[in-house]
Design a protein around this ligand. Sequence first.
Ligand code: NAD
Length: 251
Amino acid sequence: MSRLGDRIALVTGAGSGLGRATAKLFAAEGAHVYVTDIDGGAAETVVRDIRGTGASAQAITADVSRGSDVTAMFRAVGAAHGRLDVLVNNAGLNVRGDFRHLSDAEWVKIREVNLDGVVRVARDGFALLRASGRGSLINIASIMGHRGLRQLVAYSATKGALLALTRGLAVEYAPFAVRVNALAPGFVETALTQRALRNPGIQRALLESTPLRRFGLPEEIAKAALFFASDDASYVTGAELAVDGGMSASL
Ligand code: NAD
């Protein structure tokens, strides 16, 4: 039986990586999926793939760091369905480098997407999630919200804030039957991480601190998102699920 039959879902940053895998899995589980991304061509490609399997999806080009794009995105969903059942705040980026050399422009760039964009989507998507009567908001955080690593300090700061946001929103949205949860993935090879994870030194160090001794697959993160999206998690809100091969549990 499909686990998201009749659901309307929207995934930001769904043109690539974890968002793409999540959009595909949700569609395979019966949801109508809005595949949104700043890269409209990438979103269209994902939609073509989904439709090719007989499932249902449509693309929206939206930059989460632009208020007008986010307003238009939710307006389109509202006009078509009047509600949104599952909203995945996935769009994110990284700016690598030593923190002491971080420029104001670099900090603004990462903050505008990973934090301001997530806040905007969580706030402006609320009315449609409330209209669902069983809304699920899922924030894609990171193990880096809990751990420190050289050159990822600014990224860590945005992901730590995202975890705090998740807890606060879970409390505030609960009276409206909107659940809010976060995933904290470990390391998964995507466009975001490919260069670092293929560096032999970094790869060795990260795998040594991952008990399962391998990186994750985008589909493995998507399955955890499916849990939060579905009725299986009907009593779960304010939670954080580590999907990291045991990395956060290990010394
Ligand atoms: P990715 O680069 O493969 O995909 C990110 C997608 O977001 C891209 O399609 C990109 O076009 C889109 N995007 C970027 N800026 C955007 C914006 N302003 N508005 C809308 N879309 C935008 O990266 P990924 O690894 O799939 O990362 C997805 C999320 O997962 C991010 O939030 C990332 O921080 C998080 N994450 C990834 C990993 C990992 O190891 N890959 C681990 C933990 C958390």
